[in-house]
Design a protein around this ligand. Structure first.
Ligand SMILES: [Zn+2]
Length: 393
């Protein structure tokens, strides 16, 4: 059903147009009979009273003359149609405006911007892209150019055109917005991932260094750089790069644990891993760090050492995951009667843990098992992080 707002706006716009016209005619002492505008107004009103709102809208739109005073009304009308999901109608109104020779340069650019929004809404990405490229190149209005760039970047990002998105966003957008810097660093990471896959490590490294220059807190760039070292067997170098991640953002510590443990194992340096994990634990006493360290200790020194560590950490801070792991250790250590009770208890911790997501977007709250560099719900980059705390990693 059409919006009340839309109809009110139309009614008011047509009525004002009619009244202005009458006033002008009176000034000119022109005794012209009631104009076509007035007739259309009453026809439209009649449709409205008969609950034929769509026909009312069409009559009002046709009645509303396009001139420099009503151009804003026309643009707003189109936008209202788009907002209520009738983008094809919005396209008609905006295209109709563009065909008018009376538009000034900036007015024409504004209509083009709205038209590209209509196309985006309709999924006509090619047409939107062409309009936006023209606007970015030709408009004299700085505000409009900035907005066109934002829309174009968003579109190119959806299409996975990372390099193009970068060249539109740089330097202006990137300089002025932290969010854009974060996104640009991830586009460079996307390029680097592609290049790593295509066995061009040199190019990938170059893009990753650019990513870190753009956003020094880009965890993904360091993870990928570490991966490149891993590919060539430089495990010490890999470890060095991974250990920068907690400085960038301690919340990502759980993410680096797997590659870290793997690198130390390939170096056959268990002692080094234990030392490294103890340092991490001091700084970020996360469940996943506790469990990895305890598990490494268990394999090296037996369950008693692991039990001692987990108990000590649980005394510092509660953690469902660590509790579950402790029960595991007790079960391995105990063959007696309490085994059954432990199993029963662990059924509950397991169920609880299984129901918990492991990653959450700090912006929109989207939660899931996987780490997404770009949030699938709000599309922002680098805001999904491991969940830590009692129920987390
Ligand atoms: Zn989100």
């Amino acid at each position: 059903m059409p919006d009340v707002l839309l109809l009110t706006l139309l009614l008011a716009a047509v009525a004002i147009g009619w009244w202005l016209g009458r006033r002008e005619r009176r000034k000119a002492e022109d005794p012209a009979p009631s104009s076509g505008l007035a007739r259309d107004y009453f026809v439209g009103l009649n449709y409205l009273l008969n609950d034929q709102q769509d026909r009312a809208i069409e009559t009002f739109v046709a009645a509303l003359e396009v001139n420099s005073e009503t151009i804003d009304t026309h643009i707003t009308l189109g936008n209202l149609f788009r907002a209520r999901g009738e983008a094809d109608r919005a396209v008609k109104i905006h295209q109709n405006l563009l065909a008018r020779p009376t538009l000034s340069g900036t007015q024409g650019d504004r209509v083009q911007l709205e038209l590209s929004r209509d196309f985006l809404k309709l999924g006509l990405l090619d047409r939107a892209e062409r309009l936006l490229q023209t606007l970015v190149r030709d408009t004299q209005d700085d505000e409009l150019r900035l907005e066109a760039k934002r829309l174009l970047v968003d579109l190119l990002e959806r299409e996975g055109e990372w390099q193009q998105a970068l060249s539109v966003a740089q330097p202006q957008l990137v300089r002025h917005s932290e969010e854009m810097r974060r996104a640009a660093a991830h586009w460079l990471c996307q390029l680097a991932e592609q290049e790593r896959f295509e066995a061009s490590p040199g190019l990938a490294r170059k893009h990753l260094r650019q990513a870190l220059n753009t956003d020094p807190r880009c965890v993904r760039a360091n993870l990928l750089l570490a991966g490149l070292e891993h590919d060539t067997g430089h495990y010490r170098q890999e470890i060095r790069l991974l250990s920068r991640i907690p400085d960038q953002d301690p919340a990502f510590t759980p993410t680096l644990l797997d590659p870290l443990a793997h690198a130390y194992r390939l170096l056959d340096d268990e002692e080094g891993l234990i030392h490294h994990l103890r340092q991490l634990l001091e700084r970020t006493p996360y469940t996943s760090v506790i469990i990895l360290l305890a598990e490494t200790l268990r394999q090296r020194e037996g369950p008693a050492a692991a039990i001692a560590l987990v108990r000590e950490q649980l005394a510092r801070e509660s953690s469902l995951g660590a509790l579950d792991y402790l029960m595991d250790l007790y079960r391995q250590d105990d063959q007696g009667e309490s085994l059954e009770r432990l199993e029963l208890l662990q059924q509950h911790t397991r169920t609880l843990l299984k129901a918990l997501p492991r990653h959450r977007c700090r912006r929109c709250g989207f939660a899931g098992e996987q780490l997404h560099w770009q949030c699938p719900r709000c599309r922002s980059w680098g805001t999904t992080k491991p969940i830590t705390g009692i129920e987390g990693e």
